[in-house]
Design a protein around this ligand. Structure first.
Ligand code: PLP
Length: 400
């Protein structure tokens, strides 16, 4: 039986039209876009150009601002390291405490290998970055501020326009990791005003293994992958034509389906889910409920539960959601995002993430609530004694 899949912040299903678009480039259309003396190469080049146009059209940027990468992680790494290499005399970077490891680890890489210094800005209990602390952290050597568009665990949207206004006054570059925003919110690279934007195809119905970094036309940036001059010299290596064709098609489809109306419908469904959840479990606590969030994401803590255990039981019953904290080899690791928001370790490991897509239906939400209620009620009853023992194993969160 097909599971009810409410884990779309983790990854999304490949859209059938995206798969169709890829297939010729995995079969008879195997040309190299750099070898355009033959039809195969010309077709490959045309596919890459068309994908670039579609992505640029979807995100309102110029075609030559798009650099295809392998994933969101690479895009974030490229942004931070590329900004450093372009202005190595400026070796101070500002990030938030709730960034994805793609950004945290890129900053750490600069710190470990290039003696960069990193300031990590805290967030409040609603997951909102402390903008005045960010402003105070700026110094003469600040190169770049990297703040995510929306958080992958909670869906909380960052106050980017305020941050950009502060940065621009002082000639500081801004990168946003929009891996979770693209495909879920109406986004314009041009209007946003950041210098670099990272995204990943598998979060909006393209396959895993393709992403992009948008680089503003005049933003200083240097590549770390040199080679055959592909991507206008910004990322060497023969282009992943099937995957590039796929992300272009996913962008074209998203431009059609992602409208204010479909976004509001998704948000209503998420709010319906949360209101029913509160009826079933009055003590449930919803992260960032009153803040600006992605329309599809709900992150909540349920007292006396260990979410990572429960999600395995839910999967057996046909419901796929995520736990806020990973459970690895008998030790429970609380999420750095939730602990940064002030959740206790017990609350953090009791947190769940449900993430919808634009196609999610009310009947799927109703079935999900039924399964969730049944499994959680059984688990809470069976678990009270074990809970205390398991909590002893909780590890400290990591991050910088
Ligand atoms: N940034 C955020 C906010 C994410 O949610 C993810 C993936 O979950 C990434 C970066 C990394 O993207 P990828 O899986 O394409 O490397």
């Amino acid at each position: 039986m097909k599971p009810i899949y409410l884990d779309n912040n983790s990854t999304t299903a490949i859209h059938p039209q995206v798969r169709e678009k890829m297939l010729p480039f995995l079969a008879e259309e195997y040309g190299n876009p750099s070898s355009t003396s033959n039809t195969l190469g010309q077709n490959a080049k045309q596919a890459v150009n068309e994908a670039r146009e579609n992505l640029a059209d979807f995100l309102n940027c110029k075609v030559d601002e798009v650099v295809f990468t392998s994933c969101g992680t690479e895009s974030c790494f490229f942004a931070l390291v590329g900004a450093y290499l372009a202005r190595p005399e400026k070796n101070h970077f500002i990030i938030s405490a709730v960034e994805h490891p793609a950004v945290i680890e890129a900053a750490k890489f600069l710190m470990d290998n290039f003696k960069a210094s990193i300031t990590t800005i805290p967030v409040d209990k609603d997951g909102i970055i402390d903008v005045s602390q960010l402003e105070n952290a700026i110094c003469k050597s600040t190169n770049l501020i990297s703040i995510m568009y929306a958080n992958n665990e909670t869906g909380i949207i960052s106050p980017l326009s305020e941050i950009i206004a502060i940065a621009k006054k002082q000639n500081i570059l801004v990168h946003t990791d929009a891996t979770q925003g693209v495909g879920k919110a109406l986004l314009s690279f041009d209007k946003l005003g950041v210098d670099y934007l990272s995204l990943s195809g598998h979060k909006f119905h393209a396959p895993k293994g393709i992403g992009a970094l948008l680089i503003k036309k005049d933003a200083p940036w240097k590549t770390i992958i040199k080679g055959g001059g592909q991507e206008d010299g910004r990322r060497g290596g023969t282009e992943a034509v099937p995957y590039i064709a796929a992300i272009g098609e996913a962008a074209r489809l998203a431009k059609v389906s992602l409208k204010q109306e479909s976004i509001s419908k998704c948000e209503e469904l998420r709010d319906y889910f949360e209101s029913k959840l509160i009826e079933l479990f009055p003590s449930v606590f919803i992260q960032g409920k009153s803040t600006n969030r992605l329309p599809n994401t709900s992150n909540f803590s349920l007292k006396n539960t260990i979410a990572s255990e429960i999600i395995e039981k839910l999967a057996l019953e046909g419901l796929v959601i995520s736990a806020g904290s990973a459970c690895k080899s008998a030790s429970l690791k609380p999420s750095h995002v939730l602990t940064a928001m002030g959740l206790t370790l017990t609350e953090a490991i009791a947190s769940f993430r449900v993430s919808l897509n634009l196609e999610t239906t009310k009947s799927e939400i109703d079935s999900a609530l039924n399964i969730f209620q049944k499994v959680v009620e059984n688990t809470i009853r069976n678990n009270e004694v074990e809970l205390e023992n398991s909590l002893q194993k909780v590890a400290k969160p990591n991050g910088i």
